[in-house]
Design a protein around this ligand. Structure first.
Ligand code: ATP
Length: 357
């Protein structure tokens, strides 16, 4: 699992309020957050700051679109507190003057299809779901989502998750995918109004299934690109929160901890992975582990009043990253040291069989 950290710029209001920026990124891989308890430092695969455009962010993610076409299950998901830039990263700004990963990926899918059309025929289909208070809502059912009781999370023979009872729309060009997304977003808005909820309190899952048929051999390959905008990770203060808000927060906490547990179990190569503990992890089961390629964005706010939330998000993300990272880093360092020693010995004309590393 690769983990990228993205720090949004201070907003106009925050600048107006004289909020301080407490995030530093001394290099491309290190981020420091100033908290009341002192400075905390974290390492990730890449840090994006306000200097990085949406193009820059997509450049580092777009090879995953190729992987999905090649038959992998690819998942790109964004984690962070409300207002930290998850939607901006995954979808873009509201006017789509700065499109995010999803619309760029939609375009890229069809660019790649075009490049490969002499050798393969392709079919592209898409579903779009929301998970709110542990309830699945089909966003492609008009006027605020379908009857969640009819939806069931299943796996096909090859382990790909599909949602029995959910609408799946075919797409033949990027505009189709954009139109499906726009329709789903409008339904999400209606659904959240009906439930009197903020959309940031639900998880959004877009699944784009890519099937290619080799025109010579007839072999069929299926991959999937899952784009997930998770619910805001912040905790709700007990004081002042309504019963509904506490229920929401509780359900979000449960699902995000379940996701953390799955990722930990995968990273430490445990034999049992607790996917079935939550609908979120059941939904993402084919996107985490196995032949999946996963990219996590941890989005953080740079403002001083969010420092605790930012530190908490980074700690969660570090937990995702750390376990695998440590192992491979150590292995790499040892291996590099061993190879260096071999080179040195070979240069000196010595025997390389008796190495002590
Ligand atoms: N990298 C960025 N550059 C410029 N503006 C940004 C950036 N990231 C976020 N913003 C702006 O900050 C605001 C909050 O971002 P956004 O809505 O993406 O947060 P969010 O984490 O998705 O929140 P929610 O959980 O409510 O959906 C938006 O107005 C967005 O346009």
């Amino acid at each position: 699992i690769r983990v990228y950290c993205r720090v949004r710029p201070l907003s106009k209001t925050e600048k107006g309020n004289n909020n301080k920026n407490i995030i530093q990124a001394p290099d491309d891989y290190t981020v420091k957050v100033g908290t009341k308890k002192g400075e905390k430092e974290f390492q990730f695969d890449q840090i994006f700051t306000e200097q990085h455009s949406q193009e820059n962010v997509f450049e580092d993610s777009n090879n995953l679109v190729q992987s999905a076409i090649d038959g992998y299950n690819v998942c790109i998901f964004a984690y962070g507190q409300t207002g930290s830039g998850k939607t901006y990263t995954m979808i873009g700004d509201s006017g789509q003057t700065q499109p995010g990963i999803a619309p760029r990926a939609f375009q890229r899918i069809f660019d790649l299809i075009q490049e490969n059309k002499r050798k393969f025929s392709f079919s592209v289909s898409c579903y779009m779901l929301e998970l709110y208070n542990d309830k699945l809502i089909d966003l492609l059912v008009p006027s605020g989502g379908g009857d969640s009781a009819k939806l069931d999370i299943k796996k096909d023979k090859r382990g790909m998750v599909f949602i029995q009872g959910a609408i799946v729309n075919e797409a033949t060009n990027p505009e189709d995918l954009n139109a499906i997304f726009t329709k789903g977003s409008a339904n999400r808005h209606i659904a959240s109004t009906k439930m009197n909820a903020e959309s940031s309190r639900s998880h959004l899952v877009i699944g784009v299934v890519l099937e290619s048929t080799n025109l010579t051999s007839g072999a069929i390959t299926r991959g999937k690109l899952s784009l997930v905008d998770l619910a805001g990770s912040e905790r709700v203060g007990k004081t002042g929160a309504t019963a509904d808000q506490l229920k929401e927060a509780n359900s979000i906490n449960k699902s995000l901890s379940a996701l953390g547990d799955v990722i930990s179990a995968l990273s430490s190569e445990q034999s049992f992975i607790p996917y079935r503990n939550n609908k979120l992890t059941m939904l993402m089961q084919d996107s985490l582990g196995g032949n999946a390629k996963t990219l996590m964005f941890v989005n953080i706010s740079p403002a001083d009043y969010n420092s605790e939330e930012s530190a908490t998000s980074l700690t969660y993300a570090a937990r995702v990253k750390l376990i695998t990272n440590d192992a491979s880093k150590n292995a790499e360092t040892k291996e590099v040291a061993r190879l260096k020693q071999i080179i040195a010995k070979m240069k000196a004309g010595e025997d390389v069989d008796d190495l002590d590393v």
